[in-house]
Structures are given as structure tokens and as C-alpha cells.
Design a protein around this ligand. Sequence first.
Ligand SMILES: [Zn+2]
Length: 255
Amino acid sequence: MINDTTAGCDLLVVSPHPDDAEIGLGGMLAALSARGRRVWALELTRGELGTNSDPEERWSEASAAADVLGLTGRVQLALPDGFIDANDQAQAAALVAVIRRLRPAWLITAPEPTRHPDHQATPALAARAVFLARLSTWRPDLPPLRLHGVSALPDPVDRWETGTVAQVCTEDGRPSFLFDVTGHWERKLAALDCYRSQLRRDDGRRATVINDPAFLQRIDDRARRWGRQAGVGCAEAFTTLQVPVLDDLPAGPWR
Ligand SMILES: [Zn+2]
């Protein structure tokens, strides 16, 4: 039995940059936190290559967003922005060390893989770390990091098996499951509003894809489109690496 201790974390979201988690699945994070789930966000980098702002401002924005969503904690590593690499041993080690301390039942990577190389590399790095976290023969040290919501991480276990691994579904992908966020959409928007340096074009900020007002509109449109497919107001979509296994007929309908 690998998981012989109580999981310290129901869901760990692994993203390359501050704001990715909120953009990809802020509604789900708000919904789960409201139910008392222990939800953590982890950024691999400080977002130092961002067109606008600097790592300190981005960290304060991410901390504020974590409070809006009611997250249990937020972890920010200091891997190199722009150079996330699933084949880099030090990067895998950093993530394994945190997984062994947080002991997530679920791990979801965000955002969807896009043209940004870090967004493409993050699911592969997370998959490698999830695998390596099971091997007690490799015991990497905790890397430099900063924390919000807690003063320290728990002691590590020798090995940890994350139960389910998923990622945010691409815009035109086929979801493995949809998550109803109808009652939590306003809180997601409030969390996104914390990222003024990234998602607002005011104050003389340089124009980017994500501070174009059309970007937030696209997020909203997409959630309502997934929602229509699910028969609810708004939904977020995910793909899983594993196929769900049933041993009975589910109680509710699949829409
Ligand atoms: Zn990003």
C-alpha cells in the first residue's frame, strides 16, 4: 500500500505561471474550496518573463487570488520561466519533493497546452513527477519556494501515488469530464480580477494576448459552451490520462 497516510491535499493544480490555474479552472477551485476540500495551487515559475509586471507583483496578485478562491495553500517554485522541461532532472526533482509533502489525491495541470512552450511542457513534467514520486529510491530535496496560506509544508513521505491525473481540456478538444461551476463563476471572475497586471490593459501596460478584453470574453464563452453541453450554466472541461473504471451504473444521468 503506497498511500498509507492521510492525503494532505484533495487537489493539487500544477501550472507554469501565476494566473494559469485561475484561468483554466478557477471555477472548479472555488467550488471545491467551498465544499471544504483541501485545494492547492502550485506554480512552477515566478513568471519572470511576463511582458508586464515583475515576480513580486505577480506573487502578490496570486496570493490575493488564492484568498478569493479559498485555497488551502499556494506554492511557487523558482524554475526558469520559458524553459520548463520534462527531461530536466532538477525540475522533476522539485515537483516530486512537493508532491511527497502535499500528497495530492488528484493532480490537474493547467492551462490547456497552447503555443507557449511552458504550457506544452507542464503536463509532461507533471506526469514524470507523478511517476517518480512513487519510487522511494529517489529522494530529492525541497527546492527554493515561497508559500501562501501556510508557513511550511508537511514532512515528506517516502513515496506517493497520486490517484488521478488530469489536464485542462483544449478549446477544441474532447473532454473526459465536465465540472459544473455555475454557482462559482462570479468567484472565478473575482479571482481573475486580482491579476490586474496580466489581464487588464490599463495603466500603460503593453498589449498582450491575455490583456485583450476579448480573452476574458473567450473564457466566458467557452464555459457557457461547455455548460450547454452539460445541461448547466457554466462548466470547465478536463481530460484525464486514465479511463474511469465503473463497477456499477452511475446514479445520475450523463448529459
Ligand atoms: Zn501561463
